[in-house]
Write a protein that binds this ligand. Sequence first.
Ligand SMILES: NC(=O)C1=CN([C@@H]2O[C@H](COP(=O)(O)OP(=O)(O)OC[C@H]3O[C@@H](n4cnc5c(N)ncnc54)[C@H](OP(=O)(O)O)[C@@H]3O)[C@@H](O)[C@H]2O)[C@@H](O)CC1
Ligand SMILES: Nc1ncnc2c1ncn2[C@@H]1O[C@H](COP(=O)(O)OP(=O)(O)O)[C@@H](O)[C@H]1O
Ligand SMILES: [K+]
Length: 551
Amino acid sequence: MMELLTAAQMRAIEHEAIESGEVTGLDLMERAGAGVVAAIFEEWPELERVGQEGGPEGGAAPDPADPPRGILGKMKVLVLCGPGNNGGDGFVVARLLQARGWQVDVFLYGNPIDLPPDAAENYRRWAAVGEVRTWNDREIRDLYEGDATSRFLVVDALFGTGLTRPMPDDTAEMWRGFMPSPIVSDGRDPGGDRFVAIDFPSGMCSDSGKDFGALPAHLTVTFHAAKIGHYMSLDCGSYGGSDNCGRLRVVDIGMTKTAAKGRVTLVEAGGVLGQTKRGGHKYNHGHALVLSGGHGKTGAARLAARGALRIGAGLVTLGSPRSAMFENAAQLTAIMLHQIDGAHGVSELLEDKRLNAVCLGPGLGRGMDTQAVVIAALKAQRATVLDADALTRFERNPQVLFDLLHEQCVLTPHGGEFAKLFPDLAAKLAQRPQTGPAYSKVDATREAAARAGCVVLFKGADTVIADPTGRCSVNSAQYDRAAPWLATAGAGDVLAGFITGLLARGMSPKAAAEAGAWLHVECAREFGPGLISEDLPEQLPAVLRRLERDG
Ligand SMILES: NC(=O)C1=CN([C@@H]2O[C@H](COP(=O)(O)OP(=O)(O)OC[C@H]3O[C@@H](n4cnc5c(N)ncnc54)[C@H](OP(=O)(O)O)[C@@H]3O)[C@@H](O)[C@H]2O)[C@@H](O)CC1
Ligand SMILES: Nc1ncnc2c1ncn2[C@@H]1O[C@H](COP(=O)(O)OP(=O)(O)O)[C@@H](O)[C@H]1O
Ligand SMILES: [K+]
């Protein structure tokens, strides 16, 4: 199970490892620097030839007959070291690359006398073989921009997990010079300069992913475990959150400990395995009820119902108001249809104990009825997914909803819905931070789950799932699992259906939310560009088959 750490947890793990005699701080820094160098060559194998005999190096003319050499031209390294241990890692990288024959320039932000001990030792080791130039952001920019014939490998070792406030003013000039470098979506820029961030792109908050003025990287190399900030996607314009990191690599530096408490995990395939049916009658796999909106607003509920059926609920019934019966009947086959009018109808139908999971919200409408219907369903104490209108209908008085929620419920808000139910938490999350570690989506979702008394799944490319006890995970649709096609109308309705289907099959609310969200992203990836929400449930057979095969 992959953990995502806060900066404080990482420091505690490091402290424990050093105290136990498992490793020294200097060992860790050496391994971190060596790990960065190894990651650079794994990412761009063609760079291995730089500085080697017969390979391109400072001064070598590009050879158009030899594409790799022609692409690289002259390759120089610029290492930007900061005043803490992130800077210490930078000195190690500088030393190791110079030893391979690279031409390396190193700038230090701050006074060498103030460096912490391990960084100071690596400063000395570098200073014995190379120059440390005093920080001058104008000079760095000139050096970078003034050399049109060279390609640069820029190593950003300014700030890592110790960043506590917005980037200092005297880095702004240099940042502006670097910014035009294109950051392409898969983190590769094979023809141009390479920006490598040690631990974090400097200016990015390691706990929240929030942007204190970050310099985006093509490759980010972190140590021991990824941090929460690496997986927070801010959805706030072109640069922010995980978008800053380019590709992410995690390097093992030989520590064995994990976070003692408050751990956050990354949702992975493991939690989803075993979902394929192994026998039993349809009633052994549960019976899900999805409530439809009225005439002209029925598509969302059908998407959810289809999702619930495909994910393996034994039976799925669509509860439809009288006005929409014909419309629904015309488009349903395996899904059963039952007329339900109003809250009374819901209570009556849920007297049938075989209906063990309910989905409310997609297309339900914001009319008077919705609130009463939700209340009736919650009083029936079934495993219940509340999405869309079933959430926003309580905007004026969320406490009415919170008082009725129980531990078998899952709320699935997107950002707008979250803000309606938890306006104070959404406001805290939206604030531009002045000090770090900043308030994160993980913090907000945990608080929301504690307040609601049930599982909250806060959607996005970084879907955060928390239960009221603080257990928390992130389902990421970033990096290798990017699925931008999910930003399509109705995708959330299908997710609500997936989770409802898994609840009907007896999964716990948190496990169902995690597995549903994971499979949702896999379905989007299985289909790829051009996806519309109807396609999502139809990818499940292939995804489940693959899981079975590879499991
Ligand atoms: N933990 C581990 O296991 C391992 C950690 N390792 C490495 O250590 C890194 C963490 O090191 P770190 O704690 O020294 O913090 P780091 O990011 O170098 O910055 C702290 C310095 O920056 C300063 N500062 C902060 N913000 C600022 C701002 N906006 N503007 C100006 N200054 C600012 C801050 O000043 P202060 O706030 O104290 O005034 C302090 O001087 C980690 O990212 C990883 O690379 C590896 O070696 C492997 C093992
Ligand atoms: N850029 C993206 N990358 C990955 N997943 C996304 C992205 N945008 C949206 N999603 C996912 O798609 C779904 C959209 O849900 P929602 O906003 O409720 O849409 P709708 O109301 O149209 O059904 C959520 O599961 C969300 O996590
Ligand atoms: K950095």
